[in-house]
Design a protein around this ligand. Structure first.
Ligand SMILES: *[C@@H]1O[C@H](CO)[C@@H](O)[C@H](O)[C@H]1NC(C)=O
Ligand SMILES: *[C@@H]1O[C@H](CO)[C@@H](O)[C@H](O)[C@H]1NC(C)=O
Ligand SMILES: *[C@@H]1O[C@H](CO)[C@@H](O)[C@H](O)[C@H]1NC(C)=O
Ligand SMILES: *[C@@H]1O[C@H](CO)[C@@H](O)[C@H](O)[C@H]1NC(C)=O
Ligand SMILES: *[C@@H]1O[C@H](CO)[C@@H](O)[C@H](O)[C@H]1NC(C)=O
Ligand SMILES: *[C@@H]1O[C@H](CO)[C@@H](O)[C@H](O)[C@H]1NC(C)=O
Ligand SMILES: *[C@@H]1O[C@H](CO)[C@@H](O)[C@H](O)[C@H]1NC(C)=O
Length: 588
């Protein structure tokens, strides 16, 4: 009898043990599977294309901040010489890499230009390289017939032409470092290494598509991103950030003052500070950035850049901090493989958390471990100061490289969750940025006083997204739901997240159209009415295969009714109303 009981107990314990192992395994699998789903759309995986969710995230960030002056734009950058040319050669192969970098969303480029005083030509190759090549029988680099400033500008222009549409257009910076050298009498250099026929910078830079002209910019009153892109219809800033031409140079930089800007950061020998084309530029080495010293009063007048070096390269941590501080980081250290830059690109937006807004149906907020690993951010005690220290966990860095394990191999397919079509269509702010989540989650919301733009309040009740604005209005005063428009506001709003909360509603959703994020619950996607479906789809999903799937989905949404979860009638009604409006025609 006693034996039987003991047996029972043992069996019972064994069963317990087994079932708990089983449960643990499934949870772990779900987590890993979710990581895989997220990382399968990573920039590293989609290289050399722009990853789909980054395309959407970049556009959302642009649209939300479009009324800020361009000084608030934070863009990823690289030093073309150290990252590309030194690595892959001063030849046309590197121009392909330049194209790829623009394609994956790099928006600022440092470029060294060399003036050959002896032959009065602008060259892309440094002197040592030319001399080294001139000793070879066949030139592998620096041959001006396939690698010159004109061919570089053509590469740039072909990208411009592809992206001159409402969906893709964005600002770009060409940051120039000018140097000069001369050859001595006894150095005979073949003309195919030195005769670029470019004796004036203006003549080349004026051919850049939508180049920003110093004549159209009031340097003391920078335009908003909106006015630059859509009113002035300009987008590429050519700025001399380093003028190292010899004192006795025969090149007169003043001749270029109607086409090139000069950064206030360098004491240019040829252009005085009274010149009309001097732009306020603040360029810092990565480790010397001090976030706290940026006054909001001066934030809108300086273009800010930071750069790293081979000796002190960015890590994900310092890169992120630069972005969050409002300094556009310029990567100057080389990579063994150019696509390794992807993990930096994944965190190159001040707004969204990596992999957000996810185009999968995975709701990160529902998977605490992933959400936490994506958004770990240690808050210092000081409230309301720019002194956070973020902490990108090593596990996140691993995932940022986009490595996919084998969990996606089971039969999960992209269209499986048609029922969850409206998953992840409302945005929250977490301690490291925005996350797309299910709209019917109950959360506090961030409200702004419409009469006082520095007065923010958190709602007193947790509500679903649709009720968040009402909840703001119910506060004492003229409050409404708000969204951060730049890094300063982002930083401040993050600091308002209560200690025991991980996220708050912000005024951002994609209810009217999937993948099109807009401010305001009643707003419709601005792109549907103005442009063809084709471009819409092309931009939403840079790679065409997925693009086609979404195109079908898009049409489906437009002409059929949106398939919604059966037991969520409210959403069905809301979305149907929205879609009907869209279909009836959005006024442009
Ligand atoms: C930008 O400002 C214009 C005019 O004030 C306004 O119509 C538009 O809605 C604003 N856009 C955003 C994204 O705030
Ligand atoms: C510059 O490069 C382009 C494109 O490779 C070429 O067509 C052009 O002839 C080159 N310019 C010179 C002066 O060789
Ligand atoms: C110009 O200055 C550089 C050094 O600054 C010197 O090497 C060069 O010989 C000078 N050239 C002329 C023509 O004086
Ligand atoms: C989350 O981060 C912790 C700490 O770095 C790590 O132990 C854990 O494995 C990570 N989880 C996932 C799913 O990556
Ligand atoms: C995934 O599984 C396949 C076949 O089972 C295997 O060949 C491959 O190496 C695996 N990949 C990874 C990253 O584990
Ligand atoms: C606006 O709000 C801020 C923060 O609450 C407060 O310090 C300031 O006095 C307010 N300004 C006005 C004009 O009420
Ligand atoms: C990149 O996009 C092109 C065209 O849209 C597509 O053919 C190619 O397969 C894509 N590459 C990757 C790695 O997704």
């Amino acid at each position: 009898m006693a034996d039987l009981t003991l047996l029972h107990i043992i069996i019972f314990l064994l069963l317990r043990c087994f079932s708990s192992v089983a449960i643990e395994l499934t949870e772990k699998e779900t987590i890993l599977e979710s990581w895989d789903i997220l990382t399968s759309y990573s920039q590293a995986n989609e290289w050399p294309n722009l990853s789909r969710n980054r395309a959407i995230a970049i556009r959302t960030q642009r649209d939300v901040s479009v009324n800020n002056t361009i000084a608030y734009t934070v863009v990823p950058g690289v030093d073309l010489n150290t990252v590309v040319f030194d690595q892959y050669g001063y030849n046309s192969t590197s121009l392909d890499s330049f194209k790829t970098l623009m394609n994956v969303g790099i928006q600022s480029f440092v470029l060294h230009l060399y003036y050959d005083e002896t032959h009065k030509n602008w060259l892309l190759c440094p002197k040592e390289k030319i001399i080294e090549q001139s000793k070879l029988d066949e030139y592998t680099e620096c041959a001006v017939n396939d690698f010159n400033l004109t061919s570089l500008v053509s590469t740039l222009n072909s990208f411009m032409l592809l992206t001159n549409n409402d969906l893709n257009i964005n600002i770009m910076y060409l940051l120039l470092k000018l140097e000069s050298f001369s050859f001595s009498r006894n150095q005979t250099i073949s003309t195919s290494l030195r005769n670029s026929s470019i004796d004036s910078l203006s003549t080349v830079f004026e051919t850049i598509n939508k180049v920003v002209s110093p004549l159209s910019i009031d340097n003391n009153n920078l335009p908003t991103l909106h006015d630059l892109l859509y009113k002035l219809s300009q987008r590429v800033f050519p700025i001399v950030i380093e003028d190292q031409l010899n004192y006795n140079t025969s090149y007169n930089l003043l001749d270029d003052k109607y086409s090139l800007f000069v950064g206030s950061n360098n004491d240019s020998k040829s252009i005085s500070n009274e010149e009309t084309n001097v732009l306020s530029v603040d360029i810092q080495e990565e480790y010397s950035i001090e976030c706290q010293t940026i006054e909001s009063s001066s934030a809108g007048s300086y273009l800010r850049f930071s750069y790293d070096t081979e000796t002190y390269p960015y890590d994900l941590q310092s890169y992120w901090e630069s972005i969050q501080c409002g300094y556009s980081p310029i990567i100057s250290h080389s990579f063994d493989n150019l696509s390794d830059i992807s993990s930096f690109l994944e965190i190159s937006l001040w707004s969204w958390v990596p992999y957000q807004p996810t185009i999968t149906t995975t709701d990160e907020l529902s998977i605490p471990e992933i959400f936490q690993n994506l958004t770990t951010r240690n808050i210092h005690e000081e409230f309301n100061s720019n002194t956070y220290s973020i902490n990108i966990t090593s596990s996140l860095s691993k995932h940022l490289t986009g490595s996919v394990s084998n969990y996606t191999s089971n039969n999960r397919d992209e269209n499986e969750d048609f029922d969850d079509e409206y998953n992840n269509r409302c945005a929250v702010i977490s301690r490291s940025g925005w996350v797309a989540t299910t709209c019917d989650r109950k959360l506090y919301a961030i409200c702004i006083n419409s009469k006082n733009s520095s007065d923010y309040q958190i709602t007193s009740e947790k509500r679903t997204y649709t009720k968040a604005d009402l909840e703001c209005q119910s506060l004492d005063g003229d409050y409404e739901l708000t969204v951060p428009r730049n890094t300063l506001q982002q930083d401040y709003m993050m600091s308002l997240i209560p200690d025991d909360e991980s996220a708050l509603w912000i005024n951002l959703n994609s209810l009217s159209s999937k993948n099109c994020w807009v401010v305001g619950i009643d707003s419709t996607c601005p792109y549907q009415s103005v442009i063809s479906h084709h471009i819409f789809v092309q931009m939403i999903t840079p790679s065409s295969v997925m693009g086609f799937l979404l195109f079908v989905l898009f049409l489906f949404m437009q002409f059929q009714q949106l398939p919604v979860h059966k037991n969520r009638k409210y959403w069905k009604k809301l979305l149907n109303e929205k879609l009907k409006n869209d279909y009836d025609g959005v006024p442009s």
